[in-house]
Design a protein around this ligand. Structure first.
Ligand code: PBG
Length: 312
């Protein structure tokens, strides 16, 4: 009876698996994210195939380059780590939707999401053409969706124009529309090597105290041509997920259950303080209930297996 009248469904098809790709040829553990590894390109392709067999439809890729510089120039290289990973995954599992994170922070030596002035101020408008080039290089490699995560004003419009000019009209844009300046990203910066050398991201990432501003951010992205919207992080921002669901009913909405949210559940479960499977599935269904169509989560492989094996 409970199953018959259930309002919200969670399935592997709702989950997106983040993959960290390294240029090296061995897997590297991420200390603050138990169960997550940085994968060489070939291993990432194998992992993507295994996920597809579990019913997962999509992966989002974060490349970790061997070299960084002030302009993040490795980010748009045709043979860059993300571009090679896209090609390998699309060759192995063409039906999988490949999303790429479009940002400069993994590629810059200072760790900022774009070009910065000597005093550390982000240079928003100067960064936009670079984001366009990065997105086109991902699309050239075969990405289905590009996901700009740097919260630069005008990024969706700039990327849409660059993609269209390069003949990639069919590549979609998933905008990290509402991204808070959150302490929950800590483990990700460890995984992606994107910690800031100086300064912070509060000039462009949102104040956790603001909700109405989130509507404005989303409205701007929709006007600029975003195909899907994202709220990030997820658990502490379910009110924002719900508001965006109501504000833009026609657009797919994605929530990013981020690294710190993963690490907290993992740590409590490892100590025997909570039941991992039960708390993770409860968390994910709550994010769906709030209004997210899809959830980016590091629990994707485990959750897909648990969902396949059924409720205990
Ligand atoms: C930026 C980016 C970040 C995350 C995803 N894309 C880091 C940041 O904004 O500092 C965080 C994801 C997570 O914490 O799981 N490229």
């Amino acid at each position: 009876m409970r199953d018959l009248v259930r309002e919200t469904r969670l399935s592997a098809a709702n989950l997106v698996a983040p993959l960290f790709i390294t240029e090296g040829d061995s897997r590297e553990v991420v200390a603050s994210m138990p169960g997550v590894e940085r994968l060489p390109v070939a291993d990432a392709a194998d992992q993507a195939t295994a996920l597809a067999l579990l019913g997962v439809r999509s992966v989002i890729l974060f490349g970790i380059p061997a070299t960084k510089d002030a302009a993040g120039s490795a980010a748009s290289a045709a043979d860059g780590v993300t571009q090679r990973a896209v090609r390998a995954i699309k060759a192995a599992t063409p039906e999988l939707v490949v999303i790429t994170d479009v940002c400069m922070c993994e590629y810059t030596d200072h760790g900022h999401c774009g070009l910065v002035a000597p005093d550390g101020t982000p240079l928003n408008d100067e960064t936009l053409p670079i984001l366009g080039r990065i997105a086109v290089s991902h699309a050239d490699a075969g990405a289905d969706v590009v996901a700009p995560s740097g919260m630069m004003d005008g990024m969706v419009e700039a990327i849409r124009a660059a993609l269209d000019a390069a003949g990639h009209e069919r590549v979609a844009i998933l905008s990290y529309s509402v991204k808070y300046a959150s302490a929950f990203y800590g483990p990700f910066r460890d995984a992606a090597g994107s910690s800031l050398q100086a300064g912070d991201r509060r000039s462009h990432q949102m104040d956790p105290a603001n909700a109405r501003e989130a509507l404005r951010e989303a409205d701007l992205d929709v006007a600029e041509g975003a195909d899907m919207l994202m709220v990030k992080p997820a658990m502490a921002y379910l009110d924002i997920v719900q508001r965006l669901r109501e504000r833009h009913p026609a657009l797919p909405l994605v929530a990013y259950h981020v690294s710190g949210e993963y690490a907290m559940l993992k740590a409590a479960a490892a100590n025997g303080w909570i039941d991992e499977r039960a708390t993770v599935l409860e968390t994910l269904v709550s994010i769906r209930r709030a209004g997210a169509d899809a959830i980016i989560t590091y629990f994707t492989p485990d959750a897909a297996r648990w969902l396949r094996d059924g409720t205990p």
